[in-house]
Design a protein around this ligand. Sequence first.
Ligand code: PLP
Length: 399
Amino acid sequence: MSRKVYADNAATTAVSKEVLESMLPFYQEVYGNPSSLYALGREARTALEEARATVAKCLGANPNEIYFTSCGTESDNWAIKGAAHAMKKKGKDHIITTAFEHHAVLHTCGALEREGFSVTYLPVHENGIVRPEELEAAITENTGLVTVMYANNEIGTIQPIPEIGAICKRHGILFHTDAVQAVGNVAIDVKEQNIDMLSLSGHKLHAPKGVGALYLRAGVPVSNFMDGGAQERNRRGGTENLAQIVGLATAMERACSTIAERTERLSAMRDKLIQEVLKLERTRLNGDRTHRLPGNASFCFQGVEGESLLLMLDLKGISASSGSACTSGSLDPSHVLLAIGLPHEVAHGSLRISLGDFNTMEDIDYIIETLPPIIERLRNMSPLWDAIESGKVSYDAYF
Ligand code: PLP
């Protein structure tokens, strides 16, 4: 039986023991409704508010600026649609985003375009990084919202968020960032970085799936997304998912308090992987070499078909991805790889390795040992590789 290596932590992560243990009392002991007035409810309320304070501290926010949601997608929808609908009342209808956002943002912007908003999709260039000066040049008198992801989920590039925050502040424009991949991996201070709204999700940081949060700066004009009871200070109805919220807070506390040592550990593994994989001929690293998440390595291999590569790695016990979890399964190449200027033929040969707290250097060694013969085998079977080898086509400009 071959080794098992889970290398798809950008898709989701395993719940850590510490997180699970912190959650368990809230299923059968402290199961009261946080809105109930008796002791069991009050105990639940206390845990809820403690969790809120923990999440806030990790982001440099105030507890009353944190709202718990069901996932990153909900947080993105709430922030973007809520801000758009509120700004329309002031006569603003223009949104700026980037071409390589997660679909939670892109499809939300698409829905707003169908409602009559206009959206500018900024290019991200070959290094996978937005240029703040291009963002500033796209601002018009009708611009009311900028939404730029903190770190890209496929190629791991970290965006110049403090610079973008400063531009938005100078122009009096609301700034939202989808920080689902960044929280716990990059030091974030929403006040210092002029972030008005920030989305995060538990399952990317060893908390469970189905819990997220939205930071809304106090006083930010954003309409409610869910109508219902008075939960979340009348902003998001629905009985709080307390056990998972506690799990999210435990995970964030751990991630934020150990960010320096985790960054060192993860980036040492990532760098070894990148160094070794790039020794394979006609192989490229996608996205900037240094401004990238500590656990992300995204490659393209000429003449290789990404889906076949994933299946062959799976047979060897390695779980990885060739794009985002939501788009793999479709045969379209990743919109992120197309946005950084890669042709379809190159984008199809992609592999994303994303590392988390449970990966070890032995995992990296196993990937390094397993990958080359698979690439060779796939190239030997590939008509595209034949065409490349015989010089009929060339993608060398991208490698
Ligand atoms: N935004 C980014 C950048 C992501 O990577 C993801 C998940 O992959 C999401 C949003 C959606 O988060 P969730 O799965 O919690 O809805």
